[in-house]
Design a protein around this ligand. Structure first.
Ligand code: B12
Length: 138
């Protein structure tokens, strides 16, 4: 009974929340998990939605958490369109102005960033942390 409370009390204050997941149709999560780990140890609350994440799940998580940063991961070329669909759904939900969106994964580059309409592309987990710090602080 006491332990959860003690643990909660010992939790350091989090800098901000980042909703993150591997986009629909893609199950690669090794790279994403490294990003989640690095965000976590650098003081962010990473809300990990897992793999093959449907667009509505991203939208719902942003609404529920009030998160201001979103991370989309994908390793397949088909992930480009899933990322675009996800960002379009975020726009359609009227949430695009309240979030910064970073993307990353094996085949991702700046050209893909422009195609999908993200704010930034991060090459690795360290860059993901730097992007989140630039947008949220910390
Ligand atoms: C491991 C792997 C798998 C594993 C995945 C295990 C897992 N739990 O993730 C398994 C065996 C399951 C797998 C399955 C498949 N795979 Co695979 N897989 C790979 C492989 C070998 C490595 C990918 C990887 O995890 N790298 C390790 C991480 C650490 O790499 P990293 O890029 O350095 O990660 C950093 C960045 O990407 C960045 N990052 C990642 N996410 C994010 C997010 C944000 C927001 C930011 C900022 C940064 C960021 O930070 C990470 C950490 O520093 C690649 C080939 C390759 N060499 O890349 C193929 C590869 C990605 N797979 C491929 C394919 C085709 C498949 C399958 C479709 C195969 C099949 N026919 O079934 C299926 C996928 C099914 C599906 N629906 O997703 C192709 C994709 C080709 C393409 N053009 O689409 C590749 C490129 C292999 C190839 N050359 O053909 N795969």
């Amino acid at each position: 009974m006491l332990k959860p409370h003690l643990k909660k009390g010992a939790e350091p204050e989090r800098i901000g929340k980042v909703v993150i997941g591997t986009v629909a149709g893609d199950i690669h999560d090794i790279g994403k998990d490294l990003v989640v780990f690095m965000l976590d140890v650098n003081g962010f609350e990473a809300l990990d939605l897992g793999i093959d994440v449907p667009v509505e799940k991203f939208v719902d998580a942003i609404k529920a958490s009030g998160s201001t940063v979103v991370g989309l991961s994908g390793f397949l070329t088909l992930a480009f369109d899933s990322m675009k669909d996800t960002i379009d759904a975020i726009k359609d939900a009227g949430l695009r102005d309240q979030v910064k969106i970073m993307i990353g994964g094996g085949q991702i580059n700046d050209e893909v960033k422009s195609y999908v309409g993200a704010d930034a592309y991060g090459r690795d987990a360290v860059e993901a942390v730097k992007l989140a710090q630039g947008w949220i602080g910390g």
